[in-house]
Write a protein that binds this ligand. Structure first.
Ligand code: SF4
Ligand code: SF4
Length: 165
């Protein structure tokens, strides 16, 4: 009997001790654990502050990718209605997240700082196709703080594009 009471007291003591400690669990998905600054999640293609796309279709990210997860097809810009400040823009841009190992090499290779890996980690889907992200899904929803550089070729004349299509 004495042993049993001791065991109960010990158990309750443990409960009381743990009860007032800070919680390690979160009410996910309402509350999400902050990611570290270095976390690499879903890709995003930035756009300039005036709405032009930052991707110039150079394909360096595709070449740098060790998993062959990126497909870029570039096209010539229409000088009267450019999509990016440069000769070309990313006509097709695709990231296969099933192949991606989130190494960040593509981000490092990008000369315009267009491509970056965000903090988004909720990437589950019900089909393989849904995990192949197309350009429309990858383009940033809002312009970034980046300004169009002055030394682009052909020289950018300052045509204003408000929303990237
Ligand atoms: S993070 Fe790495 S594996 Fe994923 S697309 Fe970029 S280079 Fe390829
Ligand atoms: S995302 Fe960057 S590296 Fe990739 S094609 Fe566009 S400009 Fe080039």
């Amino acid at each position: 009997m004495a042993n049993m009471l001791t065991a109960i007291a010990k158990g309750l003591g443990t409960t009381l001790r743990v009860m007032f400690k800070p919680k390690v669990t979160l009410e996910y998905p309402e509350v999400k654990k902050p990611r570290s600054q270095r976390f690499r999640g879903r890709h995003e293609l930035r756009i300039y502050e005036n709405g032009l796309e930052m991707c110039v279709g150079c394909e360096l990210c595709q070449v740098a990718c060790p998993a062959h997860a990126i497909t870029v097809i570039a096209a010539e810009n229409d000088p009267n209605n450019p999509r990016s400040p440069g000769e070309r823009y990313g006509y097709k841009y695709q990231v296969d997240l099933l192949r991606c190992i989130f190494c960040g090499y593509c981000e490092e290779a990008c000369p315009t700082e267009c491509l970056h890996l965000t903090q988004e980690f909720e990437l589950a889907a019900f089909s393989r196709e849904a995990l192949v992200y197309q350009k429309e899904q990858l383009l940033a929803r809002a312009p970034s703080h980046f300004k169009v550089p002055e030394n682009v070729y052909p020289p950018y004349t300052g045509r204003k594009v408000l929303v990237a299509e």
